[in-house]
Ligand binder design. Structure first.
Ligand code: NDP
Length: 250
């Protein structure tokens, strides 16, 4: 029986693939046989991740709109093709809505949402040329729920779900499947900062998550492989929570 989850011969770019959830996804994709490129801003982190995975290292600041197509084209050139794009790079600035500057709003929206759009746009011709492709966008529980301390982040992650549906509808006949993953609360550098900044967050997450624990980046490996593989060939436009049950509670 052929292995529907095999990614041999496929090439994948994971943005923010130098740490946290992105690195765990890149590791899983490489483990399933894909050639991988990881991108980030911190050259030391990106270099270390690339060495571990035998991956291509790319350093771009995705808050810069011109960086997105440059990153995608360099990944495709160095990997020889591009079949899989994981739009995972993300950031957050936590404060009350009335206190954000316009520049802070743009930092979050541009990194989390605009970059995912521009990278997908740049990936499209490469995927079409290759006969199809897979785009995996990383949303959040804040794609579903609001957060008093994260208005731009929530707006960006809500936008990711609607962007996913629109790209999925537009590119389905090109055999490009576009899906979103909505992680619950996962223990990474991003949420270690959140725990330091938001009083009582750690206890609230533990109390509300039916699984009774924070997720680990490795909890996201399986969904990355599934959504990048032929096994998910008829799944497009969805937003799949990977959250230990967090979003199943009212
Ligand atoms: P990390 O802080 O560990 O990773 C964030 C990644 O994004 C890093 O690789 C970072 O690279 C990259 N990045 C951030 N800003 C930029 C930028 N301007 N240009 C290029 N790369 C950038 O956090 P996570 O692993 O937790 O986050 C990964 C994704 O998962 C994000 O989209 C986040 O919103 C999402 N998420 C996380 C959850 C969690 O509980 N941890 C829950 C729901 C969603 P570098 O360090 O080199 O700047």
């Amino acid at each position: 029986m052929s292995n529907n989850f095999d990614l041999s011969g496929k090439a994948a770019l994971v943005t923010g693939g130098n740490g946290g959830i992105g690195l765990a996804m890149a590791r899983a994709l490489a483990g399933a046989g894909a050639a991988v490129a990881v991108s980030g801003r911190d050259e030391a982190k990106t270099g270390a991740a690339a060495r571990e995975l035998g991956a291509v290292a790319l350093n771009f600041d995705l808050a810069d709109p011109e960086a997105c197509p440059a990153m995608v084209d360099e990944a495709a050139r160095r990997l020889g093709r591009l079949d899989i794009l994981v739009n995972n790079a993300g950031t957050n600035i936590r404060k009350a809505p009335q206190d954000y500057s316009l520049a802070e709003w743009h930092t979050v929206i541009d990194t989390n949402l605009t970059a995912a759009f521009l990278a997908s746009q740049a990936a499209y011709p490469h995927m079409k040329r290759g006969g199809g492709g897979k785009i995996v966008n990383i949303g959040s529980m804040m794609s579903l729920f609001g957060a008093s301390f994260a208005a731009p982040y929530g707006a960006s992650k809500g936008g990711i779900v609607q962007l996913t549906k629109s790209l999925a509808a537009a590119w389905a006949r090109d055999n490009i499947q576009v899906n979103a993953v909505l992680p619950g609360w996962i223990d990474t550098a991003l949420t270690r900062r959140a725990r330091a900044e938001v009083d009582g967050l750690h206890e609230r997450v533990l109390g509300r998550t039916p699984a009774g624990r924070w997720g680990t980046p490795e909890d996201l490996g399986g969904i990355a492989v599934f959504l990048a593989s032929p096994a998910s060939g008829f799944i497009t436009g969805t937003a799949i929570p990977v959250d230990g049950g967090y979003s199943s509670l009212g």
